[in-house]
Design a protein around this ligand. Structure first.
Ligand SMILES: NC(=O)C1=CN([C@@H]2O[C@H](COP(=O)(O)OP(=O)(O)OC[C@H]3O[C@@H](n4cnc5c(N)ncnc54)[C@H](OP(=O)(O)O)[C@@H]3O)[C@@H](O)[C@H]2O)C=CC1
Ligand SMILES: O=C(O)CCC(=O)C(=O)O
Length: 428
């Protein structure tokens, strides 16, 4: 690895209540349960490799702008780095560090042979044309070329990016290498080596996780109501799949607010309204609800599917749901988590609940490496099996140790990563 792509890694937590602060507190809790020493703790807390890049953009009108981009490989002891690429005005390197650390534990808890990584560009994609976003994506990819690749670090979509973004990354990488390398990204369009089932995999995994948590209490999906914050790639498919499973979807929202109907929203009509360019809050099949109000609605299952930190201590104190299923990464702060646990609210943690995406990304990577494509049914069955096995393992540790599902998932994930370090001899 050339020296110029190394930067000084961060070992200190971010600002209080930030995503990085939450990620460090979660790791500290697992390390305490596992009884690891300070040296191992520090190694697990520290990103293995980071790259910060400046991305100039010539806008369509001829003016110039500059954006910062990041790729953080938190851990690569179990395999290549793996994780999404986020485009958002609020992205900074600390957020990317937190998201990369969560990817490490997520890949380990569902036992896919990857480390954890994440990327981000500080840009509001809604303010730029498709051709501008293509230029930003290609420049970002060119800059981080030395540290990515199908055996090094594999990207996927996250907030503000999509299948098209992954096709641009794949094309830029492939053009530079001289031949098509489909396995450098996942979440691609089917036409260039994407996988059946990837577009809905995260949401499908959330539904499997919710069903498993409900089943622990003898409850079925068609007996409950839900509210979903976020109506993007994950939230919208989750709403559709839950509606199809018989769940009463009472409220959904996007960044600008939401809509609620106590008898249940007409989800297909809402999806059609949004597909036609309508805002969620303007859907006439319900009444408006703010994002803060949505989190406190009287529903059985609350599904945060947007951004980090929305369930802080205050919001957690107002949650009426009996289950919180974390489709988003890091939606609950450390204090929020404590409040939910004290109130007996079951939290199915992000690194388990939203792992369906990376599981099918793994399937996509395997298929691309073998140039042999699986059927939709094979993918659906293998996703369901892996989600069920992972939930069962986490639930068993939670019951046996008397710890929350989050601590149980972290203990399993962190232990697998630490074992890989120890067996490889990187830690005496
Ligand atoms: N895509 C994937 O496969 C995976 C995603 N995740 C996580 O799921 C979450 C959602 O990702 P994804 O659906 O891909 O992203 P999208 O960009 O497709 O959608 C994000 C959604 O969240 C809304 N949103 C943004 N900010 C806020 C806010 N402050 N309050 C309420 N809603 C907000 C957006 O609204 P608007 O459109 O109005 O901006 C949009 O509806 C993220 O935490 C991501 O990391 C986890 C695993 C895999
Ligand atoms: O599909 C993937 O590789 C990872 C998706 C992601 O970024 C996530 O799980 O948070």
């Amino acid at each position: 690895m050339p020296d110029e792509v190394r930067t000084t890694p961060a070992t200190t937590p971010g600002a209080a209540g930030s995503a990085l602060d939450t990620a460090h507190a979660q790791l500290a809790s697992a390390v305490q349960i596992l009884g690891y020493d300070d040296g191992l703790h520090r190694m697990l807390a520290t990103p293995r490799r980071e790259m910060n890049v400046a991305i100039p953009l010539r806008r369509d009108d001829g003016s110039t702008e500059l954006f910062m981009g990041y790729r953080v490989q938190h851990n690569i002891s179990r395999g290549p780095g793996k994780g999404g690429l986020r485009y958002s005005a609020s992205v900074d390197v600390d957020e990317v560090r937190a998201l990369a650390m969560w990817m490490t534990w997520k890949c380990a808890v569902v036992d896919v042979p990857y480390g954890g990584a994440k990327g981000g560009v500080t840009i509001d994609p809604s303010r730029y044309s498709s051709t501008e976003l293509e230029r930003v994506t290609r420049r970002y990819t060119s800059e981080i070329m030395p540290i990515i690749g199908p055996e090094r670090d594999i990207m996927a979509p996250d907030i503000g990016t999509n299948e098209q973004t992954m096709a641009w990354v794949m094309d830029t990488y492939s053009v530079n290498m001289g031949y098509t390398i489909a396995a450098v990204t996942t979440g691609k369009p089917l036409a260039v080596g994407g996988s059946l089932g990837r577009a809905t995999a995260t949401s499908q995994g959330v539904v499997h996780a919710a069903a498993a948590a409900l089943a622990d209490a003898g409850v079925r999906l068609d007996e409950v109501s839900t509210a979903i914050q976020g109506f993007g790639k994950v939230g919208s498919h989750a709403a559709r799949l839950l509606h199809e499973a018989g769940t009463r979807v009472v409220a959904v929202s996007d960044e600008h607010g939401g809509v609620q109907a106590s008898d249940g929203l007409d989800v297909p009509a809402l999806l059609a309204h949004v597909a036609a360019g309508g805002a969620v809050a303007e859907f006439d099949g319900g009444t408006p609800v703010s994002n803060a109000e949505l989190l406190a609605l009287d529903v059985d299952v609350l599904i945060p599917a947007a951004v980090e930190g929305v369930l802080d201590a205050d919001a957690a104190g107002r949650v009426k749901a009996r289950w919180v299923v974390e489709a988003a990464n890091g939606p609950t702060t450390t204090e929020g988590d404590r409040v939910l646990a004290e109130r007996g609210i079951v939290v199915v943690p992000d690194i388990l609940a939203n792992a369906g995406g990376v599981i099918v990304s793994y399937f996509e990577w395997v298929q691309a490496n073998q140039a042999y494509w699986w059927t939709e049914q094979e993918i659906a069955e293998r996703l369901e099996l892996r989600m069920a096995a992972s939930y069962a393992a986490v639930s068993a540790v939670s019951r046996r140790e008397g710890i929350t599902l989050r601590d149980a998932a972290l203990v399993i994930g962190v232990r697998r990563v630490a074992e890989a370090h120890q067996i490889r001899g990187l830690y005496p």
